[in-house]
Design a protein around this ligand. Sequence first.
Ligand code: NAD
Ligand code: TYD
Length: 349
Amino acid sequence: MNILITGGAGFIGSHVVRRFVTQYPNYNIINLDKLTYAGNLENIKDIDQSSNYSFVKGDITDLEQMRSVIKEHSISRIIHLAAESHVDRSITDPLIFVRTNLIGTSNLLQACKEAWKNDWSGKLFYHVSTDEVYGSLELDKRMFTESTAYDPRSPYSASKAGSDHMVRAFYHTYHMPVVISNCSNNYGPNHFPEKLIPLFINNIINKKSLPVYGSGENVRDWLFVEDHARAIDDIFHKGRHGETYNIGGHNEWSNIDLIKTLCNVMDKKLNRVEGESEKLITYVTDRAGHDMRYAIDASKLQDELGWTPSLQFEEGISKTIDWYLSNQDWLDNVTSGEYQKYYNNQYGE
Ligand code: NAD
Ligand code: TYD
């Protein structure tokens, strides 16, 4: 089986690539990634010499290139993670999100349709998406289910919603075997330090201020990245075609509670005086259109495929902090001048 994994040099993709390369030696894993600021081959250097692994530097917005990669590698299944993934960047530059997430996904669908020539046997297009397509919840008990109406509110979530719709359109119109999963916020090793948890870990290490958007009362549902990779494995192998599966940790935290926990745990690990890192908390102007709350009902995935999260948050966050503390080189590398140069060029700041 030749499986194309897109975005495998990114945060979640690298964990998915590692899982598939190591757990399934009979599968050939082809990792296609453009290596944007978020793609870092360091993330998978432990497995890149494996005989069932190869890397292609490619851009999903290039339809011709996608056609030739799928043909050349006789791809029969795809796990598609490549995306622009940061909400703040989507506010600054929405069009790159349209190009990558909407047009890029549509290119891949079209390239597969052409290569597979309506012979769907043994084929699969697995699209990895986000719970943010469902919009924003109030601070009550309701959760997103698979039948919650889409209501995306940021350019990021709107572009992901559009890509989900295109995947479903290819299922209904052409009968392409597809499956979609919508996951809540991930955390763990190799997370790029622009998102809340890795940014704040890095800032606490360096005693830099911790910019809390708005009141800090917004709520996110956090899942350890390896639990997401395991859910993707389960859905890839056992998910019903045409179906959507929500993935989440049943682990809701307000940002401010999460940040205070992070500060306390890190003070202990860094042998700092209790309360020292909390002093770094700085309330800043709220994110435009800031979604209040996300929460996932993952009971379909649990009931149908038997998946549940394996890690308690306390254990997961401790593991994550330990990883960052013992991989300072990785952090320095991604926060280096090169990254700044890219950021300045792309976003004009
Ligand atoms: P990431 O930003 O860390 O990685 C994205 C990867 O895609 C990078 O390696 C990047 O180089 C690559 N990429 C970007 N544009 C590309 C292009 N045009 N062609 C080829 N490769 C390209 O993202 P992530 O957090 O690992 O998210 C992966 C997927 O999971 C995304 O589709 C995202 O929407 C989804 N998701 C993320 C989360 C989360 O909490 N991070 C939660 C649910 C779903
Ligand atoms: P983020 O990690 O960007 O994920 P998402 O917006 O996709 O949920 O942000 C998580 C939460 O943390 C979100 O409510 C925004 C907030 N946040 C801050 O308060 N400060 C920050 O510097 C960042 C990056 C995020």
